[in-house]
Design a protein around this ligand. Sequence first.
Ligand code: CO8
Length: 264
Amino acid sequence: MMPYENLENVKAEVRDGILYVTIDRPKVLNALNGQTVEEIYKVFAEGRDDANVKAVILTGGGEKAFVAGADINELAQKSPITGKETSERGQFILSFIERFPKIVIAAINGFALGGGCELALACHIRIASEKAQLGLPEVTLGIIPGYGGTQRMARLLGKGKALELVCTGDRIGAADAEKIGLVNRVVPADQLMGTCEEMAKKIMSRGPLAIRAAIEAVNNGLEMPFEEGQFLEATLFGLLCASEDTKEGMRAFLEKRAANFQGK
Ligand code: CO8
């Protein structure tokens, strides 16, 4: 079977080394029902092992939304048991994205709310259109974020801002999101994809093993005491020194030419 097929709510295609993933239920602002979450996982699982994929850009279908949250029709049916299970499954899948060994860029083209904001938080880099609005409105429904949002928001923004966003449930605009570090950059809507592609291509031109190690060092290091994080960094650094890419990178510099990395 060809990869990235048999999907109903997610579009996925590889062009020039970039896996474009579009969550595509625009009639409900790309709300994440269970099937959609599983399709996202399937695409990322295939993309991880696909040598043609060097980077991922994740976005939402239609004009209005990145993802407006978990599907509230399904959430309304959850029992304590299925609610916990659904939360854990989503957490697992978003952590899979966070640990993805190639760069994952969220192109936030509109509403990124609740589970949609949490999905963006699991990506490595967030670029937002000026039209984007972000927030964690779960408390307005009497729940809390359940896809890692309470944890990632606090790690990204610090406790004070995270508690403000989680407890007010307020939506903030792209400019404010950039100010507090929730998104890396804000661009006019018509430049969103171009900006994401430019950043993806720049990162793709770097040593892929180095990118992989950088993602691992930052992700894992944040959960460790500083000295253990430094130990991890030194170990990954040492490992890279054994790679052909490292030799090529340094040789290219000394020979004043662009490096030709092979991921080996
Ligand atoms: N779920 C289901 N349907 C949705 C959702 C959603 N999250 N968001 C929008 N829709 C639907 C609307 O019901 C509407 O459908 P219809 O046309 O049939 O009436 C359609 O999308 C268009 O939406 P609106 O008419 O509301 O569009 P507006 O431009 O007026 O408003 C908003 C846009 C402000 C984004 C508004 O749609 C909204 O507030 N949406 C809900 C946002 C929200 O609360 N999201 C958080 C959901 S909770 C969550 O994400 C928890 C994650 C953790 C789960 C853990 C697992 C257990």
